[in-house]
Design a protein around this ligand. Structure first.
Ligand code: HEM
Length: 397
């Protein structure tokens, strides 16, 4: 065993959760494609290799096996399918998520949720923004767009936290499965009558649009879309809130919040894009080698499971320069990898961007003196899903 293999064999999930970035930096320098036994994945760490791994489905596909995702989602979702089956699911999803549709409908849907939460907070002078602001905006906005407005925010937040326990369970921890399985069953029970109603009385919501564009009987349509719906109930619900929270944590901790407070409408967009680059809320595109392929100088055998790390690609010094680890509002803009590479590029990126822009812009417009709680700085956790665990702030009420 080489020295670097020996080092990689000692990497733990706890180390990755606490701070994966120094580990990824060493891999990019010394072993850009590196097997990590703790999670059973070959980590692909450089921008160009991550892009290649996620874009060449003829050599490297999405049918990872064993896949924690299939168990959590209750069957094959869009994330583990390629070619025609994936395209068909995209065709069911995309009509309600196109930029024109999103721009026309989402601001009116998101803005009242944001204002309502800010009205409730404004006089308090302090808050924990993840649970009291960003996560509620994320779940309530998407719930409404999906056709699930009747489900309360706490339930939707509990669902994504529960599903996430299974989606990251590469280490096969029974305690994580128990939570994820129970969440999946609860979702199935709760959605059954809603799906039936949206089938009988269609509307413009995403779920209704998917049911209409699917094929076969009602039961066949539900079986086709339900696993993909759970992908959205996890990633779609969780990530916009997490990315917006990460952005504000980056601004506050790096001393750049004042600039945004002076021009929220002008700078919110750049602030969010840099937040998405700095800490990608979803760390990997998980893939499987279909045809023996050399990547980063390493010959990968058929069947090898890869973690193509968009989070590491977003810190690749070759692309982002020597300050790649820093949150920098003035960083020259270019595409980052937080929404993924290749044909599985995130379906919800327009909607997420509208949501995050309104959330961050209105936060600084209404609370321009926003500052961190010096006694409780934000603590990030997670390698597959990474976000501040809390974001305690003060402002002049
Ligand atoms: C900041 C927020 C978000 C981030 C960072 C994000 C990130 C990603 C990434 C990295 C992928 C690729 C996964 C892979 O290839 O394995 C993805 C796929 C996907 N995302 Fe998002 N996502 C976000 C929000 C959303 C929202 C709001 C929705 C729902 C409308 C959504 C729906 C999806 C779907 C359905 C896919 C699968 C697409 C496919 O396989 O073709 N995402 N997302």
């Amino acid at each position: 065993m080489s020295a670097i293999e020996e080092w990689a064999s000692r990497i733990t999930v706890e180390q990755l959760d606490t701070d994966p970035y120094p580990i990824y930096a060493r891999m990019r320098r010394e072993a850009p494609v590196c097997f990590v036994p703790a999670v059973g994945l070959w980590f692909v760490t450089r921008w160009a290799d991550v892009d290649f791994a996620a874009s060449h489905t003829d050599r490297i596909d999405s049918a990872v096996s064993p896949s924690p995702l299939n168990r959590v989602m209750g069957g094959p979702s869009i994330l583990v399918l390629d070619g025609e089956p994936q395209k068909k699911l995209r065709a069911m999803l995309d009509p309600s998520l196109r930029p024109r549709v999103v721009e026309a409908t989402s601001p009116d849907l998101v803005a009242p949720i944001v204002e309502g939460l800010l009205d409730a907070l404004a006089d308090r002078g302090e808050a924990e923004l993840m649970s009291e602001y960003f996560e509620p905006i994320s779940v309530l906005s998407l719930g409404s767009m999906l056709g699930l407005a009747e489900i309360d925010g706490d339930t939707l937040r509990r669902w994504f936290h529960g599903l996430a326990q299974g989606a990251v369970n590469f280490e096969d921890d029974p305690a994580r499965w128990e939570i994820a399985d129970a969440t999946g069953e609860e979702i199935d029970r709760t959605l059954a009558p809603i799906l039936e109603r949206l089938w009988e009385v269609p509307d413009a919501s995403t779920i209704s649009t998917m049911l209409q564009h699917a094929e076969g009987s009602f039961d066949e349509r539900v079986a086709t879309i339900l696993p993909t719906l759970k992908v959205i109930l996890l990633g779609g619900m969780q990530e916009p809130g997490h990315a917006a929270g990460t952005t504000v944590a980056g601004l506050l901790e790096s001393g750049q919040a004042g600039a945004v407070a002076l021009d929220p409408a002008g700078l919110a967009r750049d602030a969010i894009e840099e937040g998405l680059r700095w800490v990608a809320p979803i760390g990997t595109q998980t893939r499987r080698v279909r045809v023996e392929t050399e990547l980063g100088g390493v010959p990968l055998p058929v069947g090898a499971n890869l973690g193509a790390l968009v989070s590491s690609a977003n810190r690749d010094e070759e692309v982002w320069g020597p300050t790649a680890d820093a949150y920098d509002l003035a960083r020259p803009s270019r595409n980052h990898g937080a929404f993924g590479f290749g044909p599985h590029f995130c379906s919800g990126h327009h909607f997420s961007r509208v949501q995050m822009r309104i959330a961050v812009q209105r936060l600084f417009e209404r609370l321009p003196s926003l500052r961190s709680d010096p006694d409780r700085p934000p603590v990030f956790n997670g390698w597959e899903f990474r976000a501040p665990q809390h974001l305690h702030v003060h402002w002049d009420a």
